[in-house]
Design a protein around this ligand. Structure first.
Ligand code: BGC
Length: 373
């Protein structure tokens, strides 16, 4: 029943393309369906003792959590989703017994050099555990090496290191893990939200295809490539023909999302039937541009995001955004904190801990909104 999830983190992570442009990001392949990938939940993993807890965990000193120092690196504070994530992370760490003054959360300002300096400082300060949201996923090996060398357990969040890197944690029995959700599932849910509307409702220009534009997040986060690939795959799997009119990188940013969608709308006009955004911040930007162009979501265009930011869920209820996907920051933050505690008390962790996304449409948006508050 309790089994490793790392096996399903296939070479597709490595294969995921950073290219953009229509069709560019769909080169990533996966041998595991998203549903399967998410079969282990954070809650289950966090409560279960690991089979291969690392050496340091076995020797963990235990003791009162109130005395333990936690260092948290966030890739960028100016990110709506990571703001929710870090708020919950701090709240839950305190609830579990850590002292507020022993929790230090720093802003990497989207600069790996800045973040690497922050990690060096945490090591010099002798923190007991590190929770790191990398700026550049490609820096994982370097970061892991120095943190492991310092004998500090490490929990990665939000930007998943690649399969080779995760294999090193297993091979060396290091106290290093990743806690997150499988973005293939969120992409699949986005595509399904559109597929469920049916071709007649979506195909405004009656060319027999679903004409879409894609606004991608930062390629440093595998979530961007997976959401791009799997949203479209869900449509083709459901038997629809698709036509990608435009595919641009909006870096998870609302202002960039607005600009890119405004450009696409002026270039492709009424041919755009669906706007896929890799996250909700960009969907909010997209909505501004859709409205400025005199278009109406649900009437002559559809719009989907990911995250379930409160503002977006409210707009789903109001019919201004077609749907989103709840990126469970509670489960991810609590799971990361639980993993940190497991290292501190010697229980150890599996190396890859996953949680589920939830599809959000007008049907369940109120329920989701209630759960967010
Ligand atoms: C979220 C984005 C966020 C990004 C940060 C993604 O999983 O969906 O909203 O900007 O993580 O890396």
């Amino acid at each position: 029943m309790f089994k490793k999830v790392i096996a399903i983190m296939t070479a597709s992570i490595l294969a995921a393309s950073m290219l953009v442009g229509c069709g560019g990001s769909t080169g990533a392949s996966s041998s595991a369906p998203a549903e399967e990938a998410a079969e282990e939940t954070v809650e289950e993993e966090a409560e279960a003792p690991a089979e291969d807890a690392g050496d340091a965990a076995a020797e963990a000193v235990g003791g009162d959590l109130a005395d333990k120092k936690v260092g948290v690196c966030i890739y960028q504070f100016a990110d709506n989703f990571m703001t929710l994530f870090r708020g919950e992370l701090e709240r839950y760490l305190i609830e579990q017994g850590f002292a507020k003054e022993n929790i230090t959360i720093v802003d990497g300002a989207n600069d790996q050099a800045t973040q690497s300096g922050q990690i060096d400082n945490f090591i010099a300060d002798g923190v007991d555990v590190l929770i790191i949201n990398l700026v550049n996923s490609s820096s994982a090996a370097t970061v892991t090496d120095k943190v492991v060398a310092a004998g500090i357990p490490l929990v990665y969040i939000n930007r998943e290191p690649d399969a080779d890197e995760q294999q090193r944690w297993t091979d060396n029995n290091w106290d290093v893990c990743y806690v997150g959700c499988d973005a293939r599932q969120s992409g699949t849910f986005q595509g399904e939200i559109i597929a469920d509307l049916g071709l007649d409702a979506v195909d405004f220009n009656k060319n027999g295809k679903i004409d879409y534009i894609m606004i991608e997040g930062d390629p440093e986060n595998i979530d961007a490539a997976y959401r791009t690939e799997f949203s479209v795959k869900a449509l083709t799997d459901a038997g629809f023909e698709v036509n990608c009119l435009d595919d641009q990188v909006g870096m998870w940013d609302q202002v960039k999302g607005a600009e890119l969608v405004a450009n696409s709308l002026s270039q492709y006009g009424n041919d755009i039937e669906v706007v896929f955004c890799n996250n909700d911040a960009m969907a909010l930007g997209a909505l501004q541009s859709i409205q400025s162009a005199g278009r109406t979501v649900g009437t002559d265009i559809y719009l989907v995001g990911v995250d379930a930011l409160t503002e977006v869920v409210e707009k789903v209820i109001a019919g201004e955004i077609t749907g989103t996907v709840f990126n469970n920051h509670f489960a991810q933050a609590d799971g990361a904190a639980d993993a940190a505690i497991n290292y501190l008390n010697g229980a150890g962790n599996e190396h890859n801990i996953q949680c589920d996304y939830t599809k959000v449409t007008a049907e369940n948006a109120q329920e989701i909104l209630d759960s967010l508050q």
